[in-house]
Design a binder for this molecule. Structure first.
Ligand SMILES: Cc1ncc(COP(=O)(O)O)c(C=O)c1O
Length: 496
């Protein structure tokens, strides 16, 4: 039970520190974990050629700093590895207008999981025909937007959705338009995470049509017989943060088997196979993700072998990486506000007796993953290096919640102090996109850095933005001077 510990040794539930021995260099930037442009100049972390103190002074903290070359480089790595296949960026990981434009310019496809993600991509000018719309409960309005925009695929997820889409597609066809291209999302009974996968005969979850019950075949046959829809192929997504291709191979085996059943039942040869996302990244130096080239080689080999066994032509492959493109290139900068040493007692584990609770100016509202998924992160002192001996630390946010933890256990120099900057690595995926206004904290800005230039691609939310939503406060001026903006001469990173 590691999630949401209520406090030190509370009810005996807080485990001993899960951290190993201190690393030789507490300020080291492992290239697996940190953005490609990250390096230190005179001890200070630089990202995209910009010193972090300058970024923090100009944009405030918490601050997401996105290394443009890292993001686009990883997208390009996938595109190259999957030449002849389609790489859909899973925009749920992180989407804004600028990111949509980079991906459009770089030739990728894009997945949206809601009508509003779709609207953001379209508003940024992303080509509709390269967008797929996911979702287990798409509304008629969302489906209408997809049909009207002429997106590449609606990924069908339920019989209700087919019922909802058919009349909308029918109206398009009656008006002289083309049938709506769709994929059938299949739940293949493979649940994969990190180094393990489980293959089951059933699926107890909300997404897709079950292969085991025959629903997936029924859905595919129904769609094939529906003149207003065009079944392009099948889709499967098996999990997240996967380091091993065995789960994908097992899924490919099952879903190609379904293609064979569809062929037998209808004579149709399906031309596309989308194997979803879930490719893992390194959050910690010990994590060992698979390179896109290796993933692509394994998937191509398995799909070709499965198709050969069933005497089917090899379909066009597609994958949907989100985290593996967006995750590693972004860092969150925080300013330390409070440091509290807490005695752990012996606990019988023989480890450190004290843990420093290092409180920063954000928390679970800008990164919910540690509290929600028990996720692991690492961070470093960013505005300087230090030769001080290591101290066991826990980096926590400022929310009124004892589970508001960002980095559970790590070693930081024992002289970290209020005013120092911390940089948390690999926060590009599922952090800003899952941000909330809990405790009325405001969503941080996202600054893209490249070759010494910094561009705010998403501005900081203001209290005025939040007041504007409130029936009573909409016409009340937000406090001045703004408590949600950095003070002009704020001595970021200065040691007092
Ligand atoms: C259908 C689908 N595709 C792609 C993704 C992206 O996953 P990841 O960001 O782990 O690559 C997800 C995430 O849950 C998903 O549900």
């Amino acid at each position: 039970m590691r999630a949401h510990p209520a406090g030190p040794l509370h009810g005996g539930m807080t485990p001993p520190p899960s951290v190993g021995l201190p690393p030789a260099d507490l300020g080291a930037l492992d290239p697996q974990v940190w953005p490609r442009s990250a390096h230190r100049v005179d001890g200070e972390l630089h990202l995209g050629g910009r010193p972090v103190t300058e970024l923090a002074r100009a944009h405030g903290t918490p601050l997401f700093v996105l290394d443009e070359d890292d993001f686009r480089g990883r997208a390009a790595d996938f595109a190259t590895a999957f030449t002849g296949a389609d790489v859909h960026y899973a925009s749920k990981a992180f989407l804004c207008g600028q990111v949509a434009r980079w991906l459009a310019d770089d030739g990728l496809h894009l997945d949206a999981c809601s009508g509003n993600e779709l609207a953001v991509a379209l508003a940024a000018g992303f080509p509709a025909e390269r967008i797929a719309l996911h979702g287990n409960n798409k509304s008629p309005v969302e489906l209408q937007l997809a049909v009207d925009a002429g997106i590449g695929h609606v990924v069908l997820d339920s019989f209700d959705e087919i019922d909802r889409l058919v009349p909308l597609a029918g109206a398009r066809v009656a008006a002289g338009g083309a049938p709506v291209p769709v994929l059938v999302r299949t739940t293949v009974g493979i649940e994969a995470h990190t180094h393990e996968f489980i293959a089951t005969a059933h699926e107890d979850q909300k997404f897709g049509f079950s292969l085991a019950t025959g629903d997936a075949l029924t859905a595919a046959v129904r769609v094939i017989r529906e003149p207003a829809l065009h079944l392009s192929g099948l889709h499967s997504h098996i999990g997240s943060q996967i380091f091993d291709t065995a789960g994908f191979e097992a899924a490919a085996h099952r879903v190609v088997g379904l293609m064979g059943q569809v062929h037998q039942a209808t004579g149709e040869v399906l031309g596309e196979l989308n194997l979803g996302g879930g490719f893992g990244i390194a959050y910690l130096p010990d994590d060992d993700p698979v390179a896109p080239g290796d993933v692509a080689r394994r998937l191509r080999t398995v799909v070709a072998a499965e198709c050969a066994a069933l005497d089917l032509p090899v379909p066009r492959l597609a994958v949907e990486p989100g985290r593996a493109i967006a995750g590693p290139g972004t860092v969150t900068l925080y300013e330390i506000g409070t440091i509290k040493p807490v005695r752990l007692g012996s606990g019988g584990h023989g480890g450190p007796q004290v843990r420093n609770y290092v409180s920063v100016d954000g928390g679970m509202s800008d990164n919910i993953r540690t509290a929600l998924y028990d996720a692991d992160y690492t961070c470093v002192l960013a505005n300087r290096t230090s030769d001080a001996p290591p101290a066991l630390c826990r980096v926590v946010g400022k929310h009124c919640e004892s589970g508001d933890v960002l980095v559970r256990d790590l070693w930081l120099p024992s002289d970290v102090q209020p005013g120092d900057l911390l940089a948390v690595a690999a926060t590009g995926a599922y952090c800003w996109s899952m941000a909330s206004n809990y405790n009325y904290l405001l969503k941080p800005p996202v600054v893209a850095v490249r070759d010494g230039a910094a561009t705010e691609v998403v501005r900081r939310q203001t209290l005025a933005d939040v007041f504007a939503l409130d029936a009573v406060l909409a016409n009340v001026p937000a406090p001045s001077p703004a408590i949600d903006q950095p003070a002009p001469e704020h001595p970021v990173g200065a040691r007092s």
